[in-house]
Design a protein around this ligand. Structure first.
Ligand code: NAI
Length: 341
């Protein structure tokens, strides 16, 4: 007898800019796998933020508290008005402390590294560091921005990364830091990584200063496996790493906590191409693959991942950012056709 179908409730935040376009493509692709999902749509965009005066409306938190899982498109952060970024607010409110970003070569994409197999996972601490939002103008034209590093946050991201490495057959973890200059702050982060590594002796542990790590990433990206970073370096290195495999259009991500998980691409709302049907939905579709794995819908996750790879391997329905000419919808249609066989 086939196992009973499970129904899942997921909060869907389409966002704005290219968000609604890529979210629609991702929802269609997920549904094509046959997994049973009730989507609870929660709108959030720049005008809602400006009108309500809040980056994080209560209805969004209520929905995520009910479903515990979200699939989220990008949201534009209003520049004026001193609004906190939606993502920073969300990560803090739900304590989504681990930002996980797999960076992997997709078949058929032409990049400067197309002959190199890149397969790394970035673990970025998501709740503190210079993103704590503690900035002060002490006197006119003199500003301080406070970098907060705590043992609790550093240990839990380190443990998360090592546990992931162990569970997924990864061999090496590299902690990336600037402890030669920020001796106390990055020194504490590094000490926590080093201590945690002692509990995982079957995984190689190494440390690299962030500037050297950036150069090594560009010169020898194939040597990286698991990267463990505090918030700011993690943010910057993620975009650098995305550039190695074909750009922001294809890199997925997950914000993980102990009770909630929100899956979203690395990219933003891309106002320069919004509404033109040009956006690459791969990043959000692959974020949805991570979501399906989290939901233990392994077969559906495998179907969706394989279909995306097959569409890239064939190379006929890819979007402009990776050298093709297909629209967002045409890419999604090709993925869906492949899933349905
Ligand atoms: P961005 O990631 O939106 O765009 C950077 C460049 O990459 C642009 O040229 C864009 O066209 C291209 N690009 C991004 N995603 C693409 C896709 N899926 N397909 C094809 N091309 C793609 O970064 P930007 O311009 O710095 O940020 C725009 C807005 O997005 C800002 O308001 C920012 O605050 C917000 N943002 C939101 C995020 C989120 O909600 N997760 C994350 C990052 C930025």
């Amino acid at each position: 007898m086939p196992p009973p179908t499970r129904t899942h409730a997921i909060t869907l935040v389409p966002g704005d800019g290219i968000g609604p376009e890529v979210a629609q493509a991702a929802v269609r692709a997920v549904e094509a796998t046959g997994v049973d999902i009730t989507w609870r749509r929660a709108e959030l965009n720049e005008s809602i933020i400006l009108e309500s005066g809040k980056s994080l409306p209560q209805y969004l938190l209520d929905s995520l508290n009910a479903t515990r899982i979200g699939l989220k498109g990008p949201v534009t952060t209003p520049i004026a008005g001193g609004f906190q970024s939606v993502n920073v607010a969300l990560r803090k409110a739900l304590d989504l402390y681990a930002n996980v970003r797999p960076i992997k070569t997709l078949p058929g994409i032409k990049t400067r590294y197309q002959d190199v197999k890149i397969d790394m996972v970035i673990f970025r601490e998501n709740t503190e560091d210079l993103y704590s939002g503690l900035e002060h103008e002490i006197v006119k034209d003199v500003v301080t921005s406070i970098k907060v590093i705590t043992r609790v946050a550093s240990e839990r991201i380190a443990r998360y990364a090592f546990r992931y490495a162990k569970a997924n057959g990864r061999k090496r973890v590299v902690a990336i830091h600037k402890a030669n200059i920020m001796k106390l702050a990055d020194g504490l982060f590094l000490r926590c990584c080093r201590e945690t590594s002692n509990d995982f002796l079957d995984i190689q542990y190494k440390e690299l200063i962030v500037d050297n790590a950036s150069m090594q990433l560009v010169m020898r990206p194939e040597t990286f496996d698991v990267l463990l970073l505090p918030n700011l370096y993690g943010d910057i290195v993620s975009d650098l790493a995305a550039g190695l495999v074909g750009g922001l259009g294809i890199v997925p991500g997950a914000n993980m906590g102990d009770t909630h998980a929100v899956f979203e691409a690395v990219h933003g709302s891309a106002p320069d191409i919004a509404g033109q049907g040009k956006a690459n939905p791969t990043a959000l579709i692959l974020s949805a693959v991570m979501m399906l794995i989290h939901m233990r819908e392994t077969e559906a996750a495998h179907k969706l991942q394989s279909a995306v790879e097959a569409v890239y391997r064939e190379g006929k329905h890819t979007t402009g950012d990776v050298g093709g000419s297909a629209s967002t919808e045409q890419f999604a249609d090709a993925v869906i056709r492949t899933i349905k066989g």
